[in-house]
Design a protein around this ligand. Structure first.
Ligand code: PEP
Length: 254
């Protein structure tokens, strides 16, 4: 079902006490100040998943995501984490295809398609990220790049599996740079993504998929971004590390 979502990607930041304080502050401020029905997802580093899960327990709007998983079910992959491990501890979501994974860890569409399969097979909800670089945008390739990432990474799924995916459009040039896509730029790509989904799976399913925008979302631009018809919330990096700022972003959702 299409939901409004604020997801905080903490990346490789925070100590454990800082992570616990952040999660606990956001939970309490949201509880006191927000009456909407948005879902909130924290994506802490792996070592803090259990503690953050504990802090959100009993707070129905909150879920916890991993930032990555391995494409195999188990085995001799030192340092890696499987989907089944995440599920066994109560994690419900996993970010896949983030541009930092694509850029620094060589994750391509083929690998991401496998990770997506593993994630869904284990019963986790993927937050699948796509987005163009600045050079690709300036060359006029924005829509094409997003189309190829979506088609190669996710369109092999059948309709039932695809219906469980959350998408995130994250223009790479806007991630961590302070440059945000204008609401119109973001809406153009979101509407295009939804039209691709409609072409592949039909209008009804396209209308059910949550498509988040990511790229320097802050309290002061969230309302105008989230007000766009095809933007269903945000995947937030830097601003999700500050409890007050992230709570204000949550409050920008209906
Ligand atoms: C992200 O990492 O997904 C992201 C959008 O980061 P930031 O909000 O810092 O641009």
């Amino acid at each position: 079902m299409r939901k409004n979502i604020a997801a905080g990607n903490w990346k490789m930041n925070l100590t454990l006490p800082q992570a616990q304080a952040l999660a606990s502050e956001v939970v309490h401020m949201t509880q006191d100040e927000y009456q909407g029905d948005a879902q909130v997802i924290f994506a802490p580093p792996f070592p803090y998943l259990a503690q953050v899960l504990h802090l959100v327990k009993g707070h129905a709007r909150f879920s916890v995501a991993a930032q990555n998983l391995h494409q195999e079910a188990s085995g001799a992959y030192t340092g890696e984490v499987s989907a089944e491990m995440l599920v066994s501890m109560g994690v419900t979501h996993c970010i896949l295809g983030h541009s930092e994974r694509r850029q620094y860890f060589g994750e391509n569409n083929d690998l991401l398609a496998k990770k997506l399969d593993r994630c869904l097979a284990a019963g986790l909800t993927p937050i699948f990220c796509i987005g163009e670089t600045l050079a690709e945008r300036e060359a006029g390739n924005t829509l094409n790049i997003n189309r190829v990432q979506l088609e190669e990474g996710a369109f092999h799924l059948d309709a039932e599996a695809f219906s469980r995916v959350i998408l995130a459009y994250e223009p790479v040039w806007a991630i961590g740079t302070g440059k945000t896509a204008t609401p119109e730029q973001a809406q153009e790509v979101h509407a295009f993504i939804r039209s691709l989904i409609a072409g592949r799976y039909g209008e009804a399913l396209a209308g059910e998929i949550s498509i988040l925008y990511g790229g320097s979302v802050k309290a002061d631009n969230a309302v105008s971004l989230f007000g766009q018809p095809d933007i269903d919330g945000g995947l937030v990096g830097g601003a999700s590390l500050k409890s007050r700022e992230f709570t204000e972003i949550i409050k920008a959702l209906p």
